[in-house]
Every structure is written in structure tokens, then in C-alpha cells.
Design a protein around this ligand. Structure first.
Ligand code: AMP
Length: 220
């Protein structure tokens, strides 16, 4: 299965993708995680893209497309992948069409006020990247990751002044992709307009959509 997860920053793409991996048996490919790894490793590319990421603006298409294409060529992606954070522009979606067929696009439809509440309370593990939330997904110990004991921190781009900018970037550049995939009959919407809806409830819907798409794919 080749799945694209769409939705504003903080919609829960990362959380849901890591659950879906278990059901579908294909890797979770997050361009945001790839970007943070390059920055952490202080590679030449990492140095070049840090400023964009910290400010919450998009990295130029040609750089991110190259990074993604390289990742999708690896052997673990040959049976499929769950894309989180890519594509984010029409140009990226067209490039992706040139690299691989897409079976399903899931749109996590979450209003701005919920996103702002979620992101300003989001905590990320410095070591393994696991995601928590001070309101809805608390770690067992304050600021310590349940999975690897790493330190939890607030991402530079989850600070209030950057959140609104990222949302504006999403609505302007990425939201048109919802129609892009709808026109190709690949899109399924998952609405979430309650901050306290547990991620498991949203996941059940995502799982059932994915299983139906998988059955349909097997029959065609
Ligand atoms: P994310 O964790 O998906 O919110 O990504 C963090 C940051 O990485 C974004 O704010 C962008 O600066 C950059 N980034 C990740 N994916 C992309 C993409 N597909 N296109 C451009 N920039 C991206």
C-alpha cells in the first residue's frame, strides 16, 4: 500500500502513521523527521535547511523532492510506504506521481483552533522522536520519554509565534492537494473537531479506510 497522509501540522499525521505501520506492514516515511535528522547530524544539507525548518516555512521543492526520492528507492519501500509531511505543494505531488503510484490519500481535517491548542502542548522526544501532548497524551514521567527515557522538548517550530505561520503555509500551499487527490478519486476525509477525541478513535477510522482500500486494490 502506498498511502499519503494529508493534514495541517499537528493534525496527528505522525502519531497515526506510526500506528498504521503495524497494520499495513510498510515503513512510515516522514520528511519532517528526515529534515530534523539532517539538522541534528549537522550535514551540509542540514545546515542549508535548518533556517527554513526553524522558521516554519517550506524547504525548496527541489531539495525535499531529491531527499524523498532517495528514501523511496530504498528496499524497505518497495512494497509501499506511509508518507507523512510529503507532498506539501502541487509540484511535490506531481513529482511523487512520477516516482510512484499512490493507492490512497487520507485527509485529517482539523480546524485551526484545535491545531493551535495541540501544537502549543506538544512534546517531542529528543532521542527517538516519539510524540506526546501535555493535555491528551501525557508521558508517564514529566518530560521523560516512556519509550526510550530520552528528554522531551518543545520543537522550535511548535512555539506559538511559529505555529500560526505554519498553519498559513499549510492552508495556502498544501491544502490544495486535498482537491488534487479528490479529483483522482484517491481521497478519504477523516474529520476531527474535538480536541479531546483520543487518537485511538481517529485511528479506528483510518484503519478501516485503509483496509477497505487494500481490499479494493487486491480486487483490481
Ligand atoms: P513537519 O515535522 O512535517 O512539520 O516538518 C518540519 C519542517 O520540515 C517543515 O516546517 C518544513 O520546514 C520542513 N519540511 C518537511 N517536509 C517538507 C516538505 N514536504 N516540503 C517542504 N518542507 C518540508
Amino acid at each position: 500500500m502506498r498511502v499519503v497522509l494529508l493534514g495541517p501540522p499537528g493534525a496527528g499525521k505522525g502519531t497515526q502513521a506510526s500506528r498504521l505501520v503495524v497494520v499495513v506492514g510498510v515503513p512510515h516515511v516522514s520528511t519532517g523527521d528526515m529534515v530534523r535528522e539532517e539538522i541534528k547530524a549537522q550535514t551540509e544539507l542540514g545546515e542549508a535547511i535548518k533556517e527554513y525548518s526553524d522558521k516554519g516555512v517550506l524547504i525548496p521543492d527541489e531539495i525535499i523532492i531529491r531527499l524523498l526520492a532517495k528514501r523511496l528507492r530504498k528496499s524497505d519501500c518497495q512494497k509501499g510506504f506511509i508518507l507523512d509531511g510529503f507532498p506539501r505543494t502541487i509540484q511535490q505531488a506531481e513529482a511523487l506521481d512520477g516516482i510512484s503510484k499512490i493507492d490512497l490519500a487520507i485527509n485529517l481535517d482539523v480546524p485551526d483552533e484545535i491545531i493551535i491548542q495541540r501544537l502549543s502542548n506538544r512534546l517531542t522526544c529528543r532521542k527517538c522522536g516519539a510524540i506526546y501532548n501535555r493535555l491528551t497524551m501525557k508521558p508517564r514521567r514529566t518530560n521523560i520519554c516512556d519509550k526510550c527515557d530520552g528528554e522531551l522538548y518543545q520543537r522550535e517550530d511548535d512555539k506559538p509565534e511559529v505555529i500560526q505561520k505554519r498553519l498559513n503555509v499549510y492552508r495556502k500551499n498544501t491544502e490544495p492537494l486535498v482537491e488534487y487527490y479528490r479529483r483522482r478519486s484517491l481521497l478519504k476525509d477523516v474529520h476531527c473537531d474535538d480536541l479531546m477525541t483520543p487518537p485511538e478513535v481517529t485511528f479506528e477510522r483510518i484503519k478501516s479506510i485503509t483496509e477497505s482500500a487494500r481490499k479494493e486494490k487486491e480486487h483490481t
